[in-house]
Design a protein around this ligand. Structure first.
Ligand code: ADP
Ligand code: MG
Ligand code: MG
Length: 251
């Protein structure tokens, strides 16, 4: 599904990613961990095609397409979802109306007509029930006065509605409280299927108590320096990142 080969990327002429290799197959959940400033969010942004990041070497392919020349919108239409892509507050535009527009934009890009209103309503009902989101929330203005948990709920709702092939969740928020954590974990667990894949970026091992990853990768200094299973996340929780830095220095 996703294949990243020898990816180098920079921002403002500063090299951040220095040779990332990563393969993600349908049905897999990958966790990306690593010390602050190691390049985790940069990797997410580069996969999603954010403009300020320049790929200087290597390549990303997704479902057989080379992404390198595609902008963020095209990548989203191909089925890549990055959380926090739409963190803007839009007074007067409800959670529901925003997602309706996003879905119809995606359909338009594929040459399809708008989703029939009835079908849209059915989908909104099904997904909101699945995620235990109440109607009141759906009619609130997008992100206006949202708590941390409500922002997460909205992101997870967007993910469930857009049905991406690859969802990338960048949990940068150090204020991820237990409520928000549960919303993210439940949402991911309900969303994941044999046909889609999830990349969860997190500092926190405790998120991985609830979302069990198939692979855990550690990024340090713009490279994946270690890959393992969920046991690696426990080892990191216990020992921190210093031993990884030392191992790398001695390699
Ligand atoms: P992480 O998510 O692992 O904490 P980031 O990918 O956010 O790390 O950042 C990696 C490095 O790239 C950091 O040194 C950060 O300061 C730098 N960086 C990221 N984005 C930008 C940017 N837009 N402008 C300048 N430097 C950036
Ligand atoms: Mg950071
Ligand atoms: Mg980050």
């Amino acid at each position: 599904m996703l294949k990243i080969s020898n990816l180098h990327a920079s921002v403002n002429d500063k090299a951040i990613l220095k040779g990332i290799n990563l393969e993600v197959k349908p049905g897999e959940v990958h966790a990306i961990m690593g010390p602050n400033g190691s390049g985790k969010s940069t990797l997410a942004s580069v996969i999603a095609g954010k403009e300020e990041y320049e790929v200087t070497e290597g390549s990303i392919s997704f479902g057989g397409d080379i992404l390198d020349e595609m902008d963020a919108e095209e990548r989203a239409h191909k089925g890549i979802f990055l959380s926090f892509q739409y963190p803007i507050e839009i007074p007067g535009v409800s959670v529901t109306n925003f997602i309706k527009t996003a879905i119809n934009e995606t359909r338009k890009a594929k040459g399809l007509d708008n989703m029939p209103a009835k079908e849209m309503l059915k989908m909104i009902r099904e997904k909101s029930e699945m995620l235990a989101i109440d109607r009141k929330f759906l009619s609130r203005s997008l992100n206006e006065g949202f708590s941390g948990g409500e922002k997460k709920r909205n992101e997870i709702f967007q993910m469930a509605m857009l049905e991406p092939k690859l969802a990338i969740l960048d949990e940068t928020d150090s204020g991820l409280d237990i409520d928000a954590l549960r919303i993210v974990a439940d949402g991911v667990n309900k969303f994941k299927s044999k046909d889609n894949a999830v990349i969860v970026i997190t500092h926190y091992q405790r998120l991985l108590d609830h979302i069990v990853p198939d692979f855990v990768h550690v990024i340090h200094n713009g490279r994946i320096v270690k890959t393992g299973t969920k046991e690696l996340a426990y080892e990191l929780e216990e020992k921190g990142y210093d031993w990884i830095k030392e191992e790398e220095a001695n390699a």
